[in-house]
Design a protein around this ligand. Structure first.
Ligand SMILES: Nc1nc2c(ncn2[C@@H]2O[C@H](COP(=O)(O)OP(=O)(O)OP(=O)(O)O)[C@@H](O)[C@H]2O)c(=O)[nH]1
Ligand SMILES: [Mg+2]
Length: 718
């Protein structure tokens, strides 16, 4: 089957933003205006579960009015195929943005025109930077009271360190938001109604435009009066991208045509030289078609992203694979979900063609995978396809061994594509089935949830045998259990959320340990000398072998490393994992008969326990970056409360008519914050937080934590 849509006519894009900026609302309009659906559902109409938007179809999404998992849809606009992923804005589900950006070529970053750049706009912007994803900005909610386009553009410049380039200017704002000036065509687009089917009128940009359209707010009029200035900035910036046009302009004064400007805008966007900024109100149905135009005009096709990096076994870059149907097949699995169709593995094809029935290689795991059913997903609906080509995003049904982040490829031409990095979960809860008889079913469902979400971790407490689920936040864990109820029909209960503490130590020391046992016949013997030294935060764990002359036989060195790796997970203070240190094996001895892998493993474990106890062990706690947005009246109370929570204030920012207080606060002090905050501010303040870093716990607090852990273990064992 030949290719139906030329590669250059595909746009794989994501919609990313802070929570509530209007991503799903915009997606819903995109599907309507492209003719993919004939109705528009609004987020606030879904709470009774009778209806849902196309992309927020999970019960948990409908009820809470937020997006939890990213959903893929596709539509055609001006003969281009747009594959679009609507992502969540809530920080607990940041994994969904992470993995979407990994496989997408471009992104639309949505901003709330009142709030401007918010914490998750910033986090997601940085993620897009990391993955080198070109983007356009869309200042949404221009109809809301307090909306301010200029302030938002300014925040994009200052807080994101980007170079925003307005390609539109809003005409009016709040109740009087009428449309926008298209600075490329230098025309005014004006809507006379909020109706979804209302067409815009195209007007000339004349000096009396504001009067003509009854724009009365001084700020709005001031902006319209500056249209020429903005147009000049746009033209000048575009000329930087096109030497020929620049020369024509300088020698003959030729102003580039709209077509030429669009070409230059595309070029600059693709290299992230600047980021075009548009505006609108998705809810009031203004500006969405223009966003679609910008997606087609400015965001990359798979062919613009010339190649994908390939890596060796250690993840080091070794080469590239060209985006083309003619190259051998390669694809990245970026998401695994369980639904009515079974396990679905989402892949992005980077090169070659994949056909049904093919046998491919999972080069990450060195395993074969047989390709059965292939489907193109439209939110929750699966449409069978016979093949997938470079640039496509599809899902494979019931793969055996493929996990998120794995590469699938042509076995004759194996490559491994760059992997994804996932955030570390900082909150944990103990979980179990509500009904004891369902424990097995619960365990299997939980296993599936964890498989689908790499930001969830599952472990068993070595002493108490409890199942511990770690995740990104309370909401993440709650939603996970709730989804097990709706998707697998099994109810669970969870304990109080716990902070994922860690341990480390402060002194460098050398520790010797001799493991020796003489019981009846053959004995056990191993001696190790290990230097333990603390490393900087986030350095992880390093093992170095510096033994000489076979003092520890080479075949037993890995056993020493293994012993340390196991034992470090069970810290000496309160059983938390020990992090950020190096262990160097410098010497040891062995016995011809009594030494073996196990004796060296045992010796290493004991050496760690004995050594770290003397090395000044300390407890580390996750510290969150918290942003509390409050009306000015409550500022003093909010700051006082943060101080009481051992927080340190980093910054105070203007956020529309409110003030955003940015602070670092230990996670352990943040439980119950929302209730306190609401009470203190009559429900008028809100907050978001995300993990920042680990920091030593003050001595007195650490003593309490250690005592509590000991008590909890004793209780669980009793
Ligand atoms: N006034 C106004 N409200 C809007 C606009 N766009 C979206 N909203 C409202 O903002 C709320 C959040 O919209 P969503 O589309 O769910 O936002 P989101 O970015 O998808 O949110 P998450 O997926 O949870 O991060 C809803 O109540 C929308 O009706 C807009 O242009 N104007
Ligand atoms: Mg959403």
């Amino acid at each position: 089957m030949p290719r139906t849509t030329p590669l250059a006519d595909i746009r794989n894009i994501g919609i990313i933003a802070h929570v509530d900026a209007g991503k799903t609302t915009t997606t819903e309009r995109i599907l309507y205006y492209t003719g993919r659906k004939h109705t528009i559902i609004d987020i606030h109409d879904t709470k009774d579960l009778k209806t849902s938007t196309t992309t927020d179809y999970l019960e948990q999404e409908q009820k809470r009015g937020i997006t939890i998992q990213s959903a893929a849809v596709s539509a055609f606009w001006r003969d281009k195929k747009i594959n679009l992923i609507d992502t969540p804005g809530h920080v607990d589900f940041t994994i969904e943005v992470n993995r979407s950006l990994r496989v997408l070529d471009g992104a639309v970053v949505v901003f709330d025109g009142v709030a401007g750049v918010e914490p998750q706009s910033e986090t997601n912007w940085r993620l897009a930077d990391n993955y080198g994803v070109p983007r356009i900005c869309y200042v949404n909610k221009m109809d809301r009271s307090g909306a301010n386009f200029v302030r938002c553009v300014d925040m994009i410049r200052k807080r994101l360190g980007a170079r925003p380039l307005p390609v539109q200017l809003p005409i009016g704002s709040e109740d009087n938001f009428k449309g926008m000036i298209d600075l490329v065509e230098m025309k005014a687009l004006v809507w006379d109604s909020d109706d979804k089917d209302a067409q815009w009128r195209t007007l000339e940009v004349t000096p009396d435009l504001a009067d003509q359209l009854h724009i009365t707010m001084p700020e709005d009029r001031k902006l319209l009066a500056k249209a020429d200035q903005y147009r000049t900035e746009l033209v000048d910036t575009c000329l930087e991208q096109d030497d020929e046009a620049m020369e024509a302009y300088l020698t003959h004064g030729t102003v580039p045509s709209a077509e030429l400007l669009r070409k230059a805008l595309r070029k600059g966007t693709l290299t992230s030289a600047f980021t075009p900024v548009l505006c609108g109100s998705s809810y009031k149905n203004k500006g969405v078609q223009q966003v679609l135009d910008a997606v087609v005009d400015y965001l990359p096709a798979p062919t613009d992203v010339a190649s994908i990096k390939t890596v060796d076994a250690d993840g080091e870059p070794i080469g590239e694979r060209k985006t083309s149907d003619d190259e051998p097949f390669s694809a990245l699995a970026f998401k695994v979900i369980n639904d009515a169709y079974g396990a679905l593995t989402f892949i992005r094809v980077y090169s070659g063609v994949l056909t049904k029935g093919a046998s491919v290689m999972n080069s990450t795991r060195g395993k074969r995978e047989k390709i059965g059913r292939m489907v193109e997903m439209f939110a929750k609906e699966a449409n069978p396809v016979e093949e997938a080509r470079a640039g496509d995003i599809i899902a494979l049904v019931s793969l055996a061994d493929t996990e998120t982040g794995d590469t699938l490829c042509d076995a004759a031409n194996p490559v491994v594509l760059e992997r994804m990095r996932f955030p570390d979960p900082v909150i944990s809860v103990s979980v179990k089935a509500k009904v004891k008889a369902e424990q097995e079913k619960f365990g299997s469902a939980l296993g599936k949830m964890v498989r689908a979400d790499p930001s969830l971790h599952l472990e068993t407490d070595r002493e108490t045998g409890q199942t511990i689920l770690r995740g990104m936040g309370e909401l993440h864990l709650e939603v996970t259990l709730d989804r097990m109820r709706t998707e697998f029909g099994v109810e669970g209960i969870m304990g109080e959320p716990q902070v994922a503490y860690r341990e480390t130590f402060t002194k460098k020391l050398t520790e010797q340990y001799i493991h020796k046992k003489q019981t009846g016949g053959s004995g056990q013997f191993a001696e190790v000398w290990i230097v333990f030294e603390p490393l900087e935060r986030s350095a992880g764990f390093e093992f170095v072998d510096e033994t000489v002359g076979g003092s520890v036989p080479r075949e037993f060195v890995p056993s020493v490393e293994k012993g340390l790796k196991i034992q470090k997970e069970d810290g000496v203070l309160a059983h938390y994992p020990t992090v950020d240190f190096r262990a160097t094996l410098i010497d040891g001895s062995f016995h011809d008969v009594d030494s073996n892998a196990l004796t060296f493993e045992i010796a290493a474990k004991a050496c760690f326990r004995e050594g770290i106890r003397k090395a000044g062990p300390i407890l580390l706690e996750p510290v969150m970056k918290v942003e509390t947005v409050t009306p000015g009246d409550y500022l003093g109370d909010v700051i006082g409360d943060i101080n009481r929570r051992r927080g340190s204030i980093l910054d105070q920012l203007e956020r529309g008519t409110n003030i955003a207080v940015v602070a670092n606060v230990p996670l352990s002090e943040m439980f119950g914050y929302i209730g306190q905050l609401r009470g203190m501010t009559s429900g008028r303040a809100s907050y978001t937080m995300e993990f920042s870093h680990y920091e030593p716990v003050p001595r007195n607090v650490a003593d309490e934590v250690i005592a509590e852990v000991a008590k909890a273990k004793a209780a669980a064992l009793a």
